[in-house]
Design a protein around this ligand. Structure first.
Ligand code: BGC
Length: 717
């Protein structure tokens, strides 16, 4: 590889080198502002070495042919695409799939999505997005794994393994891209693209670990974020791109900017013009310019003027060419462009089956109580139920079930909830009414919905957000049910019928009224192609839900940020003391805590014990707990382990997730679950910023969610 790239680079002009550091969107699809439509001329001139939003074998083959046959050096293109939760076959949105806490499922979704995209010419995906987020106003919370750095790291690593596999030259694997580096999820007030400012300690302790974990899993590329960090936009931030990424973490792949984020350093106020922007980004350690066009325009001049070094240019180009080489593109530029493979891979049964499985495992049961005077919980519904009113804008809806960033997902393939119920419970009469939309205040559909509910034994309300109401540039300041849906559910509730609320959304919604008034509530996110079937099988008991939230659900927007691994403060909550940390109008408790999720069965935790109450620096402690299925159904439970370090040279969170195990138990069955704690689990950024543990007292918590746990103590010697 080195010899091949050396000889190729010997042939290259500075313009051609800058071209290899340039990425343009094709005219196929647009995921941001369009700055130029002359990318074809640039491509032919060797000034555009990479394209994104160009896919399908037919479309990409033509572009690759131009690169290989019509440019002077014939260097093949990278084809990037945001395959975030599926290419054609759409899997649950990332925030949903995180709720499965199932790394095998997550890795397989990433692998199948990569394989499907690879069959359509894509060899680079902008996934995983591992931004920790604690603010559900931010629409992009849908794209990540939630609020926890440890879980976020495991998920990011699983995705990288799934996308890249063990051999990049295998044409079913592609390049992963860890994004958005760094701390994009901490945008102030949850407003997209907004400022991020946090201490270096907070950055390293809570925000950087998932990027690092994904890179340790072998991720080959990194994307910068739109935001600034400590006053410097990420795309010009040398501390992030060189000091941390290269020098501390040893990253040897390449960094691409986010969409025009080099250019955006001008409005950020970090540079006066685009030429300075190119210089700042280049010298910060950013290899590739996405869509900005400034590298191809200014690199030659900047070299000429000595403002950037030719040796850096050569290093950068080498990093990009190495990836092309590793993918096998120099050997065969068309290896991702095989029409037969494309046809046999798109929507293959294996993908559809996995979409259904992942969908079911992502569903979180938030509440399940008896309706009226019945003694049984409302869910699961009986397949002998005579009639169900299916009401709401997500009931017979294909497009919105795909969720944000569904790139090539074809809505006509989506199983709606209406269709899913027909397939799952064919004897149930369904009285369907849309009732309301997602915007405005049109209530003209209410009467039909009320009539449908009146004629039915049970009501299923399919409510929440449409696919545009979360994701990029989709922040909201009120995060209740959008449009007239809240009024709709209140009107239906007034009829006194048993109601199941199925909430589908890309973020936590403030559904307090529903929690108080509706006996059964299921959070079904946006589950992708097989949504309706996954939900219907869960409603009617073919599947017992076991998903657990990876993001705290606030009671209202004023509580935000509310997250489980918070600090205790000097005046922790005390109901009897006015001068403690609380609100006058709402409790400190969230609506649903991190790790929360119910099952149709019940689990009892007992016998929490530690193999020792003392841990030495080289030793370990085994934590054992007995979990028993005390209900009537086979069920899955995510057993969660948290730790608290009681005293530190810097204060420590009240709880930190350190382990979990997803188990399955038959009714009456018990199982002992064991975790091992070592010194490594107790390390953090201490007062002087060294990453280590400190001797002292610790608490261990094990339980069904972050708020309901058994406790024990140990001492680190
Ligand atoms: C998003 C990225 C995405 C890129 C390319 C940007 O607007 O922030 O996440 O990968 O567009 O589509």
């Amino acid at each position: 590889m080195d010899a091949f790239i050396d000889s190729l680079m010997n042939e290259m002009t500075v313009e051609e080198k800058a071209g290899q550091l340039t990425l343009y969107t094709s005219g196929w699809d647009v995921t941001g502002p369009v700055l130029r439509d002359d990318y074809m001329d640039e491509l032919r001139a060797g000034r555009a070495g990479n394209l994104f939003n160009a896919h399908t074998v037919d479309y990409a083959t033509n572009l690759q042919r131009i690169a290989v046959e019509e440019t002077r050096l014939g260097i093949p293109l990278l084809f990037g695409l945001d395959v975030i939760h599926g290419y054609k076959t759409t899997f649950p949105i990332p925030l949903a799939e995180a709720a499965s806490w199932d790394m095998d499922i997550i890795e397989k979704s990433a692998h199948l999505a990569a394989k499907e995209a690879a069959s359509a010419g894509v060899n680079w995906t902008y996934n995983p997005m591992v931004d920790i987020a604690r603010d559900p106003r931010w629409g992009r919370i849908a794209e990540g794994s939630g609020e926890d750095p440890y879980l976020g790291g495991l998920i990011g690593a699983a995705k990288v393994r799934g996308i890249q596999g063990s051999d990049l030259s295998d044409p079913t694997t592609i390049l992963a891209c860890v994004k958005h580096f760094a701390a994009y999820g901490a945008s102030q007030a949850g407003r997209d693209y907004h400022t991020v400012d946090m201490s270096d300690r907070e950055l390293r302790q809570n925000y950087l670990p998932p990027y690092k974990a994904a890179l340790d899993a072998g991720a080959t590329t990194v994307m910068t974020s739109f935001n600034e960090v400590d006053g410097v936009p990420a795309s010009g931030n040398k501390y992030l791109m060189t000091e941390i990424l290269r020098n501390e973490w040893g990253f040897d792949g390449f960094v691409v900017t986010d969409y025009t984020s080099i250019n955006e350093m001008v409005p950020h106020g970090a540079v006066a013009n685009l030429k300075e922007a190119a210089e700042l980004a280049f010298n910060a350690g950013v290899q590739m310019d996405m869509q900005g066009g400034v590298y191809s325009q200014y690199i030659p001049e900047l070299i000429e003027e000595g403002k950037i070094k030719e040796s850096d240019l050569n290093d950068y180009v080498r990093q990009v060419l190495e990836m092309k080489y590793k993918l096998g593109l120099f050997e065969d530029p068309y290896r991702y462009l095989n029409k037969e493979r494309e046809q046999s891979t798109l929507y293959a049964q294996e993908l559809m089956d996995h979409s259904l499985l992942a969908g079911k495992e992502s569903i979180v049961l938030l509440k399940n109580e008896p309706a009226g005077k019945n003694s049984e919980n409302l869910l699961p519904l009986s397949k002998n139920t005579r009639s169900v009113a299916l009401i709401g804008p997500l009931a017979d809806n294909q497009k919105d079930m795909l969720g944000t960033w569904h790139v090539a997902g074809d809505e006509s393939k989506v199983v709606t909830l209406l269709e899913g119920i027909k397939q799952t419970a064919p004897n149930v009469r369904i009285n369907y009414a849309r009732g309301a939309g997602f915007n405005g205040d049109d209530k003209s559909g209410f009467a039909e919905a009320i009539a449908a509910a009146r004629r039915s034994d049970v009501v299923v309300m399919a409510i929440g957000e449409d696919y545009t109401q979360s994701g990029e540039a989709a922040s909201r300041t009120e995060i209740g049910l959008p449009g007239p849906q809240q009024e709709l559910i209140e009107a239906i509730h007034a009829l006194g019928k048993p109601i199941v609320a199925v909430v589908m959304a890309g973020r936590p919604l403030t559904i307090n009224w529903i929690d108080e008034n509706i006996p059964a509530v299921m959070n079904a996110w946006h589950l992708g192609t097989m949504s309706g079937k996954a939900i219907a099988e869960t409603l009617f008991g073919d599947h017992n839900p076991g998903g657990k939230l990876t993001i705290t659900f606030p009671k209202n927007v004023g509580q935000i940020p509310v997250y489980y691994n918070m600090k205790n403060t000097g005046r922790p909550f005390d109901a009897n003391n006015k001068y403690t940390s609380k609100y006058l109008d709402v409790s400190n408790e969230p609506l649903y805590p991190f790790g929360y999720g119910l099952s149709y069965t019940t689990f009892e935790y007992s016998n929490l014990n530690l193999s020792s109450n003392e841990l030495s620096a080289e030793g370990s402690i085994t934590v054992n707990v007995t979990v028993k299925n005390t209900g009537k159904y086979q069920g899955k439970e995510v057993v969660q382990l948290y730790i608290r370090d009681l005293v530190g040279s810097v204060t420590r969170p009240v709880k930190e997730l350190k382990g979990f195990e997803k188990i399955s138990l038959a009714p009456g069955e018990s199982k002992q679950v064991s975790f091992t704690i070592t010194n490594k689990d107790l390390e953090f950024y201490t007062r002087d910023m060294t990453f280590k543990s400190e001797p002292g007292d610790f608490k261990v918590f094990v339980g069904t969610n972050s708020a309901e746990t058994l406790e024990a103590d140990f001492v680190l010697k």
